[in-house]
Ligand binder design. Sequence first.
Ligand code: C5J
Length: 220
Amino acid sequence: MPTVPARPGPFRFDARRTALVVIDMQRDFLEPGGFGAMLGNDVAQLDGVAAQCARLLDWGRGLGLRIIHTQEAHARDLSDCPPAKRARGNLACGIGDAGPLGRVLVEGEPGADFVPECRPLPGETVLRKPGKGAFFATSLEQQLRYAGITHLIVGGVTTEVCVQTTLREANDRGFDALLVEDCTGSYFPEFKRATIEMVVAQGGIVGWAAPLRALLDARD
Ligand code: C5J
């Protein structure tokens, strides 16, 4: 079994029981005019994450890992969008409204689509989710259990929001998860750093973390 030198200790995984989960690599979070920008964030902070996630995807595909792409997007009628989420930020152009990338954070719109570097390939799972965590109001847990998955390798955006929420949800459900440090990004670099530390603190209270190089170099 490959062993990744990680924090707080080695992360051993069986490729047949491991899924690569790439969180929300969507235009709405990475490009000007999307949801992230509408919230007042500097999307340039995420420059480089797509290229890194593309390398991570290449690696996972090469190992035959199950690949899961999550997508934070609401149903077209917004029936799965809590009014509180829609109201948050008091935005002139918020969830469901027409923006430069189509209706903000709505399925089927250009903004909900994946950035070109991280487009799913045929046969890979696309998991639309209405919340921050990938386990909330989705069939992810059932899919993973049916496939015998016990370990997750996680990248994507944003580190302290959807990525961290998903890691915590996974941890509470008994999955061992590793965050790939340089395949995730935040609009707030200090939040990214803090999240990584929170994950690995206390003996890995949430999970493990390692840079992509450590995965690329992992050997049996
Ligand atoms: C946010 C996400 N930041 N994908 N979503 O609202 O992290």
